[in-house]
Design a binder for this molecule. Structure first.
Ligand SMILES: Nc1ncnc2c1ncn2[C@@H]1O[C@H](COP(=O)(O)OP(=O)(O)OP(=O)(O)O)[C@@H](O)[C@H]1O
Length: 254
């Protein structure tokens, strides 16, 4: 099996150049030589203490931010240096879902506009919006309402519909269920599992909740101060951790 998404020796955030460009002070990078593979149709769980670099890694894997060193490869193509046409084709294939279903949706846009936003104008646009809503269990009559009319779980479904509409192969979910109450979490997780099965999606799934990670992940990578200190099959990492950082996470369920 060949990986669909790979990080190769990714280093990011080496300098405080945004604050004092003239000083160019060397600081410890946020991410250090990160290498990982995401297999097609599988889930890679990412765990790590607060500030270990999980959100930064998500932004880099999604192509929103380019690494300072190293590469992110989608089907072997470098997100940063592939020809423009290739990058244009890759962009819709990797989508992100964020933690905050309230903050992530523009309150002034209808659900139709929010879900259709990643699509270029196309004759089948409206039909695709309604299909995406149906995929996440929302009905067509919800399309003309505004986010404020929905519960947290429904808003996260809207965010998932928006991610699905470009027919991605990879979804990167950064604490995607953390803001939801436990029973809504279970419903949204089962929806994500169902979509993985139906569309052969691969997920990078960041969560501080190890039960959630165990439920979803085939493989797990443990981040500690910007480095991957341990990675492997989910059951190995969770049942027989070898690194102090992993043991601390398991003991504290931070
Ligand atoms: N824009 C930025 N400029 C400077 N430093 C940043 C920036 N974003 C994040 N950092 C720093 O990078 C480190 C990693 O942050 P990141 O948000 O990726 O960690 P995280 O593991 O997702 O944390 P949490 O679980 O608390 O969300 C932290 O030390 C943070 O202070």
């Amino acid at each position: 099996m060949s990986p669909i998404l790979q990080a190769r020796a990714v280093t990011y955030g080496k300098m405080d150049r945004h604050i004092f460009p003239f000083l160019r002070r060397e600081s410890s990078p946020i991410l250090k030589e990160i290498s990982l593979d995401l297999q097609e149709g599988q889930t890679l769980g990412i765990i790590g203490a607060s500030g270990s670099g999980k959100s930064t890694l998500c932004r880099i894997l999604s192509g929103l931010v380019a690494p300072d060193e190293g590469q992110v490869l989608y089907q072997g193509q470098d997100l940063a240096t592939a020809p423009v046409q290739v990058r244009k084709e890759i962009r819709p294939a990797i989508q992100m879902i964020f933690q905050d279903p309230y903050g992530a949706l523009d309150p002034r846009q209808t659900v139709r506009d929010i879900v259709g936003e990643p699509l270029d104008p196309a004759p089948d646009r409206d039909a695709r919006i309604l299909t995406a809503l149906k995929e996440v269990g929302l009905s067509a009559d919800m399309a003309d309402r505004y986010p404020r009319a929905f519960s947290g779980g429904q808003r996260q479904r809207i965010a998932i519909a928006r991610a699905l509409i470009t027919r991605p192969s990879v979804i990167i979910a950064d604490e995607a269920v953390s803001a939801l109450d436990v029973s809504t979490q279970a419903i949204v997780l089962n929806l994500l599992l169902d979509l993985r099965q139906r569309h052969g999606l691969a997920y990078v799934f960041v969560s501080h909740d190890l039960a959630v990670i165990r439920h979803l992940s085939h493989h797990i990578a443990v981040l500690d101060q910007g480095r991957i200190v341990e990675s492997g099959p989910a059951s190995d990492i969770l049942d027989t951790p070898t690194q102090p950082a992993t043991k601390a996470l398991l003991e504290n369920t931070y």
